[in-house]
Ligand binder design. Structure first.
Ligand code: UT7
Length: 327
């Protein structure tokens, strides 16, 4: 029987930083409003010519080095993103090309903020079933290129970046991914979406003029569902692994809003000091959030061998996921 474990991580955040004060000059907002409502102080912004795959390539090089493998050991690439380089081919395919990896299966997952956890869940199944042995899973976004920079309800909330994890097969059932829990509810899809650019509303002069190729969100409604689903994802994943909140050494939640994180840890009984929080400096990077946080946590020595790490996310779709890992 095979199991999947993470053997390397890497992340990349673009050089340019935009603070709340910078947004004050563009829309009617304030550092006080943004920080008190969300916990965000600043976010990274991709360069004009920088694509989602460019950032994944930077994160991948670090993850491959960290995993101490040859890039040709990788036999599957999965990318979680809702801001792909193009509608097609997949961003995963551009990553394969740019890394110079042999022709292996590569595909994207469009599960928004849950994209990386969906990717880990698929990679786990592929490894367990023997279809793949070593998988590169990325979560990455250039959200700032998909925002309406005049809409204060959404523009201040997001940032850009990429994170990567390399998974490989192990015979040891006491390490690696112990449980996966995921779900989706398409009935609520319209509460957070990009309306134009697909078959429902192909690109036209009008869709561009009306800013319909950008994030549209009913923030307040999304918030209520986010709190409930994040709690569900975290607690169900722990339950499936035979644990409770007290057993968690580090919790890495999706970082959409500090208030959502606080409500989740209260319910799941996970102490704040065992929760990884970077929203202040990164904002919400959708699918990029958790793999970047995971890499930062490892680099800051917040994860030791044998630690139980819980990941939980919620995003557009709606989608959600929880994963429990033993490092
Ligand atoms: O990534 C996964 C999915 N996304 C999420 O989980 C995000 C979930 N939602 C949220 O995090 C919060 O709902 C927001 C941060 C988006 C908004 O916070 P809120 O406390 O729910 O505020 P609200 O939407 O109820 O708006 C309150 C007020 C409104 O003014 P009025 O109508 O009360 O006069 C907004 O117009 O705040 C106003 N507002 C702002 N004011 C200053 C909204 N955005 C801003 C802004 N600066 N940037």
């Amino acid at each position: 029987m095979k199991y999947a474990k993470i053997i390397g991580t890497g992340s990349y955040l673009p050089e340019r930083i935009m603070t709340n004060a910078d947004w004050e000059k563009i829309v009617e907002t304030s550092d006080e409003w943004i920080f008190s409502r969300t916990g965000i102080k600043e976010r990274h912004v991709a360069a004009e010519n920088q694509t989602t795959s460019d950032m994944i390539v930077e994160a991948s090089k670090k993850a491959i080095e960290d995993a101490n493998i040859d890039k040709d050991d990788i036999d599957l690439i999965i990318v979680g993103t809702i801001t792909p380089d193009n509608a097609y081919p997949s961003t995963a395919n551009w990553v394969q090309k740019k890394l110079g990896i042999k022709p292996i299966p590569s595909f994207d997952i469009g599960a928004a903020c849950s994209g990386f956890l969906y990717g880990l869940t698929v990679a786990n199944s592929m490894i367990k079933s023997g279809v793949a042995k070593t998988v590169l899973v990325a979560g990455a976004e250039t959200m700032t290129k998909a925002l309406n920079w005049k809409d204060r309800n959404t523009c201040v909330l997001f940032g850009d970046g990429a994170g990567v994890a390399i998974l490989t097969a192990t015979e040891n059932k006491n390490e690696g991914i112990l449980s996966t829990y995921w779900g989706a509810d398409g009935n609520l899809g319209n509460l957070l979406m990009q309306p134009a650019g697909g078959s429902a509303m192909p690109a036209s002069k009008e869709t561009v003029e009306k800013n319909l190729h950008t994030v549209h969100m009913s923030g307040n409604e999304v918030f209520k569902h986010a709190v409930l689903r994040m709690q569900e994802a975290a607690m169900k994943s722990l339950e499936l692994a035979g644990f409770s909140g007290e057993d968690v050494d580090l919790f890495i939640p999706h970082q959409a809003n500090l208030r959502i994180i606080n409500a989740t840890i209260k319910r799941a009984k996970i102490p704040l000091e065992k929760t990884f929080i970077n929203i202040e400096n990164t904002a919400n990077i959708s699918a990029g959030t958790i793999p970047i946080a995971l890499d930062q946590a490892r680099k800051q020595s917040r994860i030791k061998k044998g630690d139980i790490v819980l990941l939980a996310a919620f995003g557009a779709g709606f989608t959600w996921g929880g994963i429990t890992i033993k490092f």
